[in-house]
Design a protein around this ligand. Structure first.
Ligand SMILES: Nc1ncnc2c1ncn2[C@@H]1O[C@H](COP(=O)(O)OP(=O)(O)O)[C@@H](O)[C@H]1O
Ligand SMILES: N[C@@H](CCC(=O)OP(=O)(O)O)C(=O)O
Length: 363
């Protein structure tokens, strides 16, 4: 490893914490806890994003057949979350560590105030040497109001707290050039800034308990790397996976980080699924945004505004052909923006510091 990790977000997928029959794999959990304790002893700060609430409850409670599928998941998640956190509490306590639980929804990342509140809380916990354990609030975030999966939540968290490293633990060693069950499939060990074509290897199949699949994992890994974070997709079922990471011997798919970007962009970059409106821009604005020199988005290049947004909301930027160019924080609301369409000498609708363009991270 050619850098010294200091602040690491570790995401543990449901399938890592469950056995083949779906029951909790407490031995695996205990091993990962011991390894995190070891990282802490070595002076690293660790934030844990853990899935598994639904999986931990699945075999434990009987839910009536006729129960609505969303309610079923809410019941499983809210029951299972206690078990997950209780188990982590006992295991970390045995290692001499305190934990804290934080459950969040995508909406909490959409509001700048909530975003900063979560960030302050996480940094406060870390300053007090307490290990934060984060999961999606599955009782509240249902259907379209959910994160794609916890890989997205982990990547957003890593960006939020300026972590230097994101480790996504799943049940395979990383992204293979083919199906991971195929013995001839080769592991992609390194994804550089200019690597392309990785997505063609990703099959839509998921692990038995996973939500988003490898496609979303790769997308989130690439995004975090673009924001300056070292990202590893690795196998949480391998003994010593985190110790190997510390020794710089981790078998994984590693995403090399781009140079670090200013902080506000990290928030904007991760709000893409939760925009309040859209600004459609003409060819001139498109060229300006894609030029090497940094440019803010001015009303003169805007041809239409959709949605109802206020100052500070995240908006999508699209060209006239419908191509999505990026995201930005609105400097003023949709009403004012609509009045200024096509006008010269106006305040930018999105300032460069709060503009995040997709041009860099297409794989
Ligand atoms: N090219 C690929 N390389 C590795 N895994 C892949 C690939 N294509 C699809 N997968 C699938 O992605 C799964 C991991 O994603 P997912 O089920 O979301 O895991 P998790 O629950 O850990 O988030 C693997 O178990 C594997 O079946
Ligand atoms: N929040 C859910 C997990 C959602 C999720 O993304 O799962 P996974 O794909 O296994 O990381 C739970 O705790 O059951």
């Amino acid at each position: 490893m050619d850098y010294q990790p200091q602040l690491v977000v570790v995401k543990i997928g449901s399938n890592v914490l469950t056995q083949a029959d779906g029951s909790p794999d407490r031995q695996r959990m205990a091993s990962l806890v011991k390894q995190i304790a070891h990282l802490k002893e070595k002076g690293l700060q660790v934030v844990l994003v853990s899935s598994g609430a639904v999986a931990f409850a699945r075999n434990n409670i009987k839910i009536e057949e006729k129960t609505d599928s969303v309610v079923r998941k809410q019941i499983l998640a809210s029951v299972g979350q206690i078990d997950i956190v209780q188990s982590y509490k006992e295991l970390f306590q045995a290692e001499g560590h305190q934990i804290a639980q934080i459950v969040v929804t995508p909406q909490d990342f959409l509001s700048r105030r909530h975003y900063l509140n979560i960030k302050d809380c996480l940094l406060g916990l870390l300053n007090h040497n307490i290990i934060p354990i984060i999961n999606e609030n599955d009782a509240v975030a249902v259907t379209e109001l959910m994160f794609t999966d916890n890989d997205e939540l982990a990547s957003m968290t890593a960006a939020m707290i300026d972590a230097d490293t994101l480790i996504l633990l799943t049940n395979v060693d990383g992204i293979y050039k083919g199906h991971p069950n195929d013995p001839d499939a080769q592991l992609i060990e390194h994804v550089g800034q200019r690597t392309s074509g990785v997505s063609r290897y990703i099959a839509s199949s998921k692990s038995s308990f996973g939500r988003g699949g490898m496609g979303s994992k790769m997308k989130m890994a690439k995004k975090a790397a673009y924001l300056g974070i070292h990202v590893f997709i690795a196998n949480g079922n391998r003994d010593d996976v985190l110790l190997d990471f510390y020794k710089g011997q981790l078998k994984s798919t590693y995403f090399e980080p781009h140079s670090s970007k200013p902080n506000p962009k990290k928030w904007v970059a991760h709000s893409g699924n939760y925009t309040k409106g859209e600004v459609i821009v003409n060819q001139g604005a498109r060229v300006a945004l894609h030029a090497d020199e940094a440019a803010s988005l001015l009303p003169v290049g805007v041809v239409a505004i959709t949605g109802d947004f206020s100052k500070g909301d995240i908006i999508r930027i699209t060209d006239e052909n419908g191509e999505k160019l990026g995201l930005g924080k609105a400097e003023y609301g949709s009403k004012k923006a609509a009045e200024r369409i096509g006008l010269n000498n106006q305040k930018p609708i999105v300032h460069y510091n709060y503009l995040y363009l997709y041009k860099y991270h297409n794989l």
